[in-house]
Design a protein around this ligand. Structure first.
Ligand SMILES: [Zn+2]
Length: 310
């Protein structure tokens, strides 16, 4: 299986259009040491063929166009994209579904709660029903394996399997109180475990850090690609761009006692890679001490266009 990073930044991308933080200003000034990043988007290409998108970022159209592996190969209309797997109903995870509205049959895997939020709170996503056949939503139960097969799967090839694990996060702010009260909290934010050919991949672009079950999965995976949103718990406050801490908006920070670097140390057996990096995060500056600290601790920082063979 190949994993391709189509976008590595958190919501807003890097630079963010209305942000003049140190990193965004540095990028605009052309000082070097920083590279432009689109909003977090990963895709997996199983040995068995086809492609599955992990979430659907607001930058998805541009990300598909800049990835030759995702070009159509047969006239009149075609795509290797067989489906989309959603880890939350956050705007950053679902907005890109609207880029897939060009009458393309798709499967969309999500928890029942995420599917309800997308379709019941936001009727605009019903535009996906125009395809023939219409987009098929598959409700996924937590901790249950499901197959990522495609119509192109050659005989003898085993399709990858995926399961969703609860990460203990919260539903997005835009969800109405009425719907929110009817949804089980454990279905709000999930991580994905994907396996094929005895290799395991763990994907969690949002790690709220409120439960610990994900650590074993991350440590036992050949590749874990996880939440690198914030360096410091108070980063938004100290940068002057927000009033909430990292945890208050659903992300473990990287540094500090309760941070990700300490939680997931050298006990990992595989590659540890950060994604969903906020534009305020000092690790984006390749000349910063924080960038050095992350790499010295054995972590990699993903970038747009990065390919990972598994
Ligand atoms: Zn910024």
């Amino acid at each position: 299986m190949k994993i391709k990073i189509l976008g590595s930044a958190a919501g807003g991308g890097f630079p963010q259009w209305n942000c003049a933080c140190a990193n965004c200003s540095r990028q605009r000034a052309g000082c070097g040491g920083v590279q432009t990043r689109s909003q977090a988007q990963a895709a997996i290409f199983p040995h068995s063929g086809g492609c599955f998108l992990l979430n659907a970022s607001p930058d998805l159209r541009t990300q598909i166009l800049s990835t030759p592996l995702l070009s159509p190969s047969h006239p009149p209309r075609d795509t290797p994209i067989a489906g989309v797997i959603l880890t939350s109903a956050d705007v950053d995870s679902v907005a890109g579904l609207l880029h897939l509205r060009e009458f393309q049959p798709l499967r969309i895997f999500a928890t029942r709660s995420v599917r309800r939020i997308v379709l019941e709170e936001n009727r605009i996503f019903r535009v996906l029903d125009r395809a023939n056949p219409p987009a098929v939503w598959q409700d996924v139960s937590l901790d249950t394996w499901f197959s990522l097969d495609t119509t192109h799967t050659p005989t003898g090839e085993t399709s990858p399997r995926c399961r969703m694990v609860s990460l203990g996060g919260a539903y997005p702010d835009y969800v109405t109180d009425t719907l929110r009260k009817s949804l089980p909290p454990e279905e709000a934010v999930v991580g994905l475990v994907v396996t094929q050919s005895e290799k395991q991949f763990f994907y969690a672009p949002t790690l709220p850090g409120r439960s610990g079950g994900w650590k074993d999965l991350a440590q036992s995976s050949d590749v874990c690609l996880v939440d690198g949103t914030f360096w410091d718990e108070n980063e938004l406050i100290s940068s002057g761009v927000g009033l909430k801490t990292a945890r208050e908006i659903g992300h473990m920070s990287l540094a500090g006692e309760g941070g990700l670097l300490r939680a997931l140390g050298s006990s990992c057996s595989g590659r540890r890679i950060l994604i969903h990096i906020n534009n305020t995060n000092p690790i984006l500056n390749e000349e910063s001490l924080e960038n050095r600290q992350v790499r010295d601790a054995g972590w990699e920082i993903s970038y747009d266009g990065m390919e990972i063979e598994l």
